[in-house]
Design a protein around this ligand. Structure first.
Ligand code: AHR
Length: 618
């Protein structure tokens, strides 16, 4: 009895303590607001045991110092996911205006971030959450970092047989998964290279030193160690030195400046190379202010560029003068466009022309041809005319190295519009684009939500073969339905993103198979609308006999949804003009721009298309 009373007393005093602390914190935030602080931003950090995260917080502190009207409240989860969820809940209940979160465990914390996003803007830094429930994601392209690391290992080893140890950070964290995937993608194309062992260093130096020491004692026939961050790479180096195996080369990731950072480690010959991985702290503060001040359209993702740093580039990199920003220069932008294939392309061209006019940029808009060769000719013409910046939407993903190198040698930066290329990112400056992979995933999620466990046979009508939207939308769609055994893609045929193409594919399919499918997944709205016309001409009812999905979010698609014919469309905005022109001006002014700026995109179904249609600009 006494024990129960005692516990009750402890329980009550704990509750009182939490109420007092919360009241004090709320008072603190309120006080802060009364001292001319307009916005309080919560920063939830995964841990402060990794130098890279310490650098991130430092960058946030320094950038926030420039703005007297904001206050940052910091929380450090110490690498504990439960603690981070507690930190986030405390920040929210204490009344911050915006949350910046650098996540410890993406999968476990995605539901909480989605919940918070319902009540306030959220900027996700570095590790992504699953899905799209956030205001803005800022981080690196980890798969490309892995690709670059794999290429450097291949360059270091050459043609001889090479054995590699890969040291990963926290197992199954999103950067580890992406970096490892990119790393192995390159190694797999070199039959002489083999990852003989994969270790988990938890992003930590000493843990890595211990594990590498053990590994090398068992097998010292190792040529290169690739560690997913410089901190672990340093631990690997310490093990090698201790064992007297300096012939083994080490590469890392992060490229931090300052004592013990990757830049120093490369310049001292401790690392053969590293790849910069900017923290995004500075960008987070600036975008947070744009969001809080409701300034213009905020991108959905900002992907930061990663540079390779080796002994022959480290001096230039660490001594590069910050370019003098001169925004006064009037610029000429050259745009190379093939003959339009869709309503989307028409709207895209219109958006670029309108933005150039509004922002006082001379636009040389060349439009002709239907093939990659034709587009390359247009780009060469723009190089000849010595425009300041070139932009184009690559018809296909491969085959651009030569012409991009010609533009680079002519000193003309290239901004990719809408689609991307598989050329090394040193050959182009930035990409204003959409997330095609996510668009494909969203299309399949809408389907799965609608059909559940019913049997679904799908005709996939894809865009022009080899283009990044076709590749991304197919991969994203297939990724989501691959583990649903009641979903089956009966056939995939290209409609080349045109209305007529979509209609012809559908007409031919119905002639041969009748209504063997109950779903058509068209990778753009024009093809979806073409397919709907063919379905009606065949005597079936779209929206009843066959469900048709599209991508783009055109006005005509929303009209079709309102009529009950099309089922849904996933937005892929063509209104890239303002960002392309603004990025071009920043590049010429000497301002560093992100590797990619990804657009925010919605989903339109029967629930919201009637309301949305009046807002459609294309
Ligand atoms: O690259 C974007 C795609 O190209 C659009 O989804 C499609 O309509 C256009 O042809």
């Amino acid at each position: 009895m006494i024990k129960q009373l005692k516990n009750k007393r402890i329980y009550i005093s704990l509750i009182i303590l939490i109420i007092v602390i919360s009241a004090m914190t709320i008072k603190l935030i309120t006080t802060q607001k009364s001292e001319g602080v307009e916005f309080v931003i919560g920063m939830s950090q995964a841990n402060l045991t990794e130098p890279w995260r310490i650098a991130m917080n430092q960058e946030i502190i320094e950038e926030a110092r420039k703005y007297k009207n904001i206050k940052i409240v910091y929380k450090d989860a110490g690498g504990d996911t439960y603690k981070q969820s507690k930190d986030i809940n405390e920040l929210v209940s204490d009344g911050v205006d915006l949350l910046i979160v650098s996540i410890n465990d993406s999968e476990k914390l995605t539901p909480l971030v989605s919940q918070v996003y319902k009540s306030m803007p959220v900027i996700v830094l570095d590790r992504a959450v699953e899905g799209y429930d956030y205001s803005l994601y800022i981080g690196p392209d980890n798969e490309t970092i892995g690709n670059k690391a794999g290429q450097l290992v291949a360059d270091l080893i050459g043609e001889k047989q090479g054995n590699i140890i890969e040291v990963q950070g926290v197992l199954n964290s999103s950067p580890v998964i992406a970096r490892s995937r990119g790393f192995k993608e390159v190694l797999n194309s070199h039959t002489n290279l083999k990852v003989s062992r994969t270790l988990v260093g938890e992003w930590q130096r000493d843990e890595t030193e211990d594990k590498i020491t053990e590994a090398l004692k068992e097998d010292n026939k190792i040529d290169v160690i690739f560690a997913h961050n410089d901190y672990m790479a340093l631990g690997a180096y310490k093990a090698i030195k201790k064992l007297g195996m300096e012939n083994i080369k080490v590469i890392g990731v992060d490229g931090l400046s300052g004592e013990g950072g990757g830049i120093e480690l490369v310049s001292k010959g401790i690392l053969e190379g590293t790849f910069t991985c900017k923290t995004g702290g500075k960008e987070a503060i600036n975008y947070a202010l744009d969001i809080l001040n409701k300034k213009g359209e905020i991108p959905k993702k900002i992907i930061l560029r990663s540079d390779k740093i080796t002994l022959d580039t480290v001096y230039e990199y660490s001594n590069k003068k910050s370019k003098i920003v001169d925004t006064s220069k009037k610029i000429a932008l050259g745009y190379a466009q093939l003959i339009t294939e869709s309503k989307w392309r028409d709207a895209n061209a219109k958006s670029i022309k309108k933005a150039a006019k509004q922002q006082g940029v001379d636009l040389v808009f060349l439009e002709s041809g239907t093939t990659q060769e034709d587009q390359i000719k247009l780009i060469r013409e723009l190089i000849k005319r010595k425009v300041d910046v070139i932009s184009f939407s690559p018809f296909v993903t491969s085959g651009w190295d030569d012409v991009l190198r010609e533009a680079k040698n002519a000193g003309i930066p290239v901004i990719l519009s809408d689609r991307s290329v598989d050329s090394d990112d040193s050959l182009w400056t930035s990409n204003i684009c959409s997330d095609f992979y996510e668009e494909g995933k969203r299309a399949s999620r809408v389907l799965i939500q609608h059909f559940g466990k019913a049997k679904v046979n799908i005709l996939e009508i894809e865009g022009n073969l080899g283009s990044t939207p076709t590749i991304g939308r197919e991969a994203g769609f297939n990724e989501s339905i691959s583990n649903q055994d009641n979903y089956k893609i009966i056939e995939t045929v290209t409609g080349n993103f045109t209305f007529d193409g979509g209609k012809l594919v559908m007409k031919n399919f119905l002639k041969i198979n009748g209504n063997k499918v109950n779903v058509v997944y068209a990778q753009n709205d024009d093809m979806a609308l073409g397919a709907i016309e063919a379905i009606k001409e065949y005597g079936l009812i779209p929206g009843k006999d066959i469900i048709v999905l599209g991508i783009d979010g055109t006005k005509e698609a929303l009209r079709s949804i309102n009529k009950g014919e099309m089922f849904c469309t996933i937005e892929c905005s063509p209104l890239l003009g303002p960002k392309i022109i603004n990025t071009a001006k920043q590049v010429i002014a000497g301002i560093e721009v992100p590797l990619a700026i990804v657009n925010p995109e919605e989903i339109f179904t029967g629930d919201n298309s009637a309301k949305e249609i009046k807002n459609r600009q294309y």
